[in-house]
Design a protein around this ligand. Structure first.
Ligand code: GAL
Length: 370
């Protein structure tokens, strides 16, 4: 920003000196993008799509990945601020660990869009995400419908639960959305969590790490299912954890191979597991659309436009303007644009191909379009 002010001052001096300066000399605005990690598939896609969207719209993009390390992310964002970005787009590693740098952004009057994950700081200007609670609801409802729990009678089904990273504000929403659907069946004894591990803290997975999810699955399978106890369902909040759980079931569970496993994201390895009948569903979030909504919002913010629900009319993507659901601190609501997730199973994989973002190979497996 300081450099830009200097440029404006110089332009004024030059104009005063009767030297004409073409308007086109104006520099492109700079978009600072901070993504959490490249170790999980989706964030690579998010980074690519965001970069492409903004560059195609004429902006300069600085994109950083923070290796799932929140102090690294703080210094990445400080570097972006030092590079005079005009707006920040941040998917936080830890939504509560960015206060210092959020204060610095506020001091420099740089707007911040929390991307996908909310930042728990009132300097967050806007939030773009999917309806995170609905992601969990869809997973819970899928389990209810697949097992026909409403008509279960005296039948009981055994279930285990793997949730996400406690540092990620989304993780609690996914978990709660699913549990609100499933809890009545747990209370009625229709669903039995054999390990007894149901509270968020006991089922959470630091950094959504596949290996961590695998090891916990192996422990549970070894402790509670090695005697031949049937496992029917494993509720997993996302695909990276579902991948670990599926590996654990393949290696450490002797029962039949019909365990229902949920997921989220449409990661390519998980789509292959869906084709192979190892994972049962994933909640798909079109992150290309998320980047389009983010571009529209960022442009409106940079142009000083009023931000309200009418922004949703400017793109053909189902999206709600929400001023109630997400607070950055008690009572401080963050205006949010929430896209709509959908359920993908082996029966509707074609829907992914229809997005233009995936291709179906002759072998029947999906790959992401480069
Ligand atoms: C969440 C995100 C999910 C999932 C997870 C792990 O914040 O909403 O889509 O990818 O992080 O990266």
């Amino acid at each position: 920003m300081k450099l830009k002010k200097l440029a404006v001052a110089m332009t004024a001096v030059m104009a005063f000196g009767a030297i004409s300066v073409p308007a086109a000399a104006e520099e492109a605005q700079v978009i600072g993008i901070s993504m959490p990690t490249q170790s999980l598939e989706r964030w690579n896609r998010d980074g690519e799509y965001l970069k492409e969207q903004f560059e195609n719209a004429g902006y300069t993009v600085e994109l950083k990945y923070s290796d799932n390390d929140s102090s690294q992310q703080v210094s990445d964002i400080q570097n972006l601020l030092a590079d005079n970005v005009d707006i920040l787009i941040i998917a936080a590693v830890d939504g509560e660990a960015l206060n210092t740098v959020m204060d610095e952004a506020a001091e420099s009057e740089i707007p911040v869009i929390a991307y996908d994950r909310l930042i728990m700081n009132d300097a967050t200007s806007y939030y773009v995400s999917f309806d995170n609670y609905t992601v969990g609801t869809l997973q819970g409802e899928f389990i209810v419908e697949t097992l026909d729990l409403e008509n279960a009678g005296d039948a009981t089904y055994n279930m285990e639960i793997t949730a996400g990273d406690p540092a990620d504000n989304n993780a609690g929403y996914f978990y709660q959305g699913a549990m609100d659907v499933l809890q009545p069946y747990i209370d009625a004894g229709t669903l039995v969590v054999v390990s007894g591990q149901t509270g968020f803290d006991s089922v959470a997975t630091d950094q959504w790490d596949t290996q961590t999810a695998l090891e916990r699955a192996q422990n549970i399978l070894g402790s509670y299912y090695a005697d031949g106890t049937q496992l029917d369902v494993w509720l997993c909040s996302n695909d990276s954890t579902a991948l670990g759980v599926a590996q654990g079931i393949t290696s450490d569970y002797a029962g039949d191979n019909t365990v229902i496993i949920t997921g989220q994201d449409g990661d390519v390895a998980n789509l292959a597991n869906i084709v192979d009948g190892i994972q049962t569903m994933t909640v798909y979030k079109n992150v290309s659309n998320e980047s389009i909504v983010t571009l529209a919002l960022a442009e409106a913010v940079l142009n000083g436009e009023t931000i309200d629900a009418s922004l949703c009319d400017t793109f053909e993507i189902e999206c709600a303007y929400d001023t109630e659901s997400y607070e950055t601190s008690d009572g401080n609501v963050c205006p949010s644009f929430l896209l709509v997730p959908s359920v993908i199973t082996a029966d509707n994989l074609e829907e992914l191909v229809d997005t233009g973002l995936y291709e179906m190979g002759e072998d029947g497996y999906l790959t992401a379009v480069e």
